[in-house]
Design a protein around this ligand. Structure first.
Ligand code: 13P
Ligand code: SF4
Length: 336
């Protein structure tokens, strides 16, 4: 079994961003993680795109909004965030005095990376009379430059809450932005960013799949490109997609989002068939390479050694908190 002290753990925390320590294959990680949770009064918050083992061991599993809401109300001393960097940042911003650790510090996000803070600042300055609504999949720097944050499950309501004559910049996801323009009728200025996973789905392959499975419903996350959204029977956040498959009476679904969500869909509806929407190449590109950097082993090590810890500039946290708080308040007013 891995057994090193904290100082050694810090040394071992290599530039890879995770503890590179051998773990005995005999160790029951589910049991050990359960013990660490109690010992450290820790909470494991996990996103639906995490591998199934992590989903199974999590205290709370959810979409980006639910995870932010849980982070805001947690009484745990240690927040273990099994997701990507911007999600752990949000948890830290909401809990500046708590320790937030994540299994792999390098679990980033192509969408968040598409909007570097300094470029976004210049972009924003070109539209001085615009309100900035940013999707939560962005860096703390971009959040600090925003007026309101939104997620895929509350974006429509957040936009509705803004007076009709108010001009809006929406960042960083151009696909979600274009979808929201259609849904709300608001003419928003869009930042040109996208998610590498949701951009990869092949319209041609999905269409062929649908011919072979004529009764299957196509369900898609709004980060997908417009041609995919146009053929979808249902569009929603990860929670929205999961709830739809629970309530809907169909027996087959073609799922156009990251594959991690299929674990919960299958658990909730064991008799139904869930087919991951195929990507353009013969790759596993519908697995998010960032989300999947986290493993059960890294989760165990980060709880045991409380490393890697997410550390942030206190001033940045204060500035980034305002638009997150606005999102949480608006969501609560809509009962979300
Ligand atoms: P939701 O969790 O809001 O569905 O968004 C999915 C996502 O892209 C997370 O990275
Ligand atoms: Fe970012 Fe896309 Fe991965 Fe979500 S699925 S974390 S948006 S790269």
């Amino acid at each position: 079994m891995a057994d090193i002290n904290i100082a050694a753990a810090r040394e071992k925390l290599s530039s890879k961003g995770f503890l590179d320590v051998a773990i005995s294959p005999e160790l029951d990680l589910f049991l050990e993680i359960g013990k660490l949770k109690k010992e450290k009064n820790a909470v494991i918050l996990a996103h639906y795109y995490q591998e199934s083992d992590i989903q199974d061991v999590a205290d709370f599993l959810g979409d980006s909004l639910a995870l932010a809401q849980q982070a805001e109300k947690t009484t745990a001393d240690l927040i273990v965030f099994a997701g990507v960097h911007f999600m752990a940042e949000t948890a830290k911003i909401l809990n500046p005095d708590k320790k937030v650790v994540l299994p792999d510090l390098n679990a980033g996000c192509s969408l968040a990376d598409s909007a570097p803070g300094y470029l976004f600042k210049e972009f924003k300055e070109r539209y001085p009379d615009h309100l900035v609504i940013s999707y939560i999949n962005c860096s703390a720097e971009v959040k600090a430059l925003s007026d309101i944050i939104c997620t895929s499950s509350n974006a429509e309501k957040i936009i509705e809450s803004v007076p009709k004559d108010q001009k809006i910049i929406f960042a960083p996801d151009k696909n979600l932005g274009a979808y929201l323009i259609k849904k709300t009728g608001r003419d928003m200025v869009l930042w040109n960013g996208a998610c590498m996973v949701h951009e990869i789905f092949s319209l041609e392959k999905i269409t062929k799949l649908k011919i072979r499975h004529p009764n299957a419903k196509i369900i898609a996350h709004p980060e997908c490109e417009d041609p995919i959204l146009r053929i979808a029977d249902y569009i929603g956040s990860t929670t929205g997609l999961l709830n739809y498959t629970k309530k809907d009476t169909s027996l087959e679904y073609i799922v156009a989002t990251e594959t991690g969500i299929l674990h919960q869909m299958q658990l909730a509806s064991p008799r139904k068939t869930f087919i991951p929407a195929p990507p353009t190449n013969n790759c596993a590109c519908n697995d998010c390479p960032h989300m999947k950097l986290n493993t059960l082993e890294k989760l165990y090590l980060c709880m045991k050694y409380e490393q890697p810890e997410l550390l942030m500039d206190p001033r940045l946290m204060v500035a980034a908190r305002k638009p997150i708080d606005r999102m949480l308040q608006i969501s609560a007013s809509y009962g979300l």
